[in-house]
Design a protein around this ligand. Structure first.
Ligand code: 3PG
Length: 308
């Protein structure tokens, strides 16, 4: 019996990306199962008992999913952040978890500028706005997305600073970006701060009033990372006290409706998380995921494992 690989995506890949996965998987003699736009978590749980490999996006691989998948050997999150996978539960069962770093980062970076231009041009309302040229952009984390944002920001004529304690200052400088040595310094000096941090214990609710209120007049925070990193009470307080401050995000906060009705000129949220939702990003991440699964089954390759 051939191995069963399942694509489980509430928010599906572009069809051409799924076709690409199929070609790789079936070409290697495995079977592909596709579960898209499933109605609820139970539908996901019910579909996993016979699968040996999973390709997911932001889909929640909880302990319950893992316990219902006795044959599961590998989970590949086609994307960067893997906060949606219960790593502890996976590791307990010896399941390898991987991501596909860098494959969708240009898409997210381009959206950062889509959001910033939309905000500084006042929602394309016809009212006079401002420009990005000559302004200072701070990158909170300098990984794959941060690097792409820096590249595009230079094209806009922005000065770029970055805070990332895990990346060497020299490699940040090589890109024409100024490293800063504290997160506070980033907020003190920048007109815009773009978030590229994962949602982990140390970052959850870390973007709070104390930090945001350090920013200059007319400042903006752009969040294409995770909603959990924002302290929503702090954000409300900031918008109330600083009518010059703006917040724009690809991942709407829980208090979205309240913010939109109270501060309509200061906030904007996309209808759905769409940073990585481009044809190119879907194809890149989907094919990488399929190839990583093959590499694992055929050669024991664990290069992108995140639960080592
Ligand atoms: C990621 O972590 O790769 C991005 O947040 C994209 O997530 P998505 O695949 O759910 O759109």
């Amino acid at each position: 019996m051939s191995r069963k690989i399942m694509v489980a995506t509430v928010k599906p890949f572009a069809p051409v990306a799924v076709d690409g996965i199929r070609k790789i998987v079936e070409g290697a003699g495995y079977e592909l199962k596709v579960l898209e736009k499933y109605p609820d978590q139970q539908a996901f749980i019910s579909a996993v008992p016979d699968v040996e490999a999973l390709i997911i996006r932001s889909d929640k691989v909880t302990r319950e999913v893992i316990e219902n998948a006795p044959n599961l050997k590998i989970i590949v999150r086609a994307g960067a952040g893997y906060d949606n996978v219960d790593l502890e539960a996976a590791s307990e069962k010896g399941i390898v978890v991987m991501n596909t770093p860098g494959q969708n980062s240009n898409a997210v970076a381009e959206l950062v500028f889509g959001l910033m231009v939309f905000m500084v041009r006042r929602g394309y309302s016809g009212k006079a706005g401002t420009e990005l040229k000559g302004k200072t952009l701070g990158l909170q984390a300098y990984g794959n997305v941060g690097r792409n944002v820096a590249r595009v920001a230079h094209g806009f004529g922005m000065d770029v600073l970055a805070y990332d304690p895990f990346v060497s200052e020299d490699s940040i400088r090589t890109d024409g970006v100024e490293p800063v040595d504290s997160v506070e310094a980033l907020y003190d000096r920048c007109d815009f701060v773009s978030l590229h941090i994962p949602a982990i214990k140390s970052t959850i609710k870390s973007i709070n009033f104390a930090l945001m209120s350090r920013m200059k007049e007319g400042a903006m925070v752009v969040n294409t990372a995770r909603k959990e990193v924002i302290d929503e009470d702090g954000l409300k307080k900031m918008l109330e006290k600083r009518t010059d401050f703006r917040y724009v995000s690809d991942i709407a906060p829980d208090c979205k409706d309240e913010l939109l009705s109270t501060y309509p000129d200061q906030v904007y949220f996309t209808a759905k998380k769409m940073g990585a939702q481009t044809l190119e990003a879907n194809v890149n991440a989907a094919l990488a995921a399929a190839n990583q699964i093959l590499g694992f089954f055929e050669k024991g390759d664990t290069a992108f494992q995140v639960n080592k």
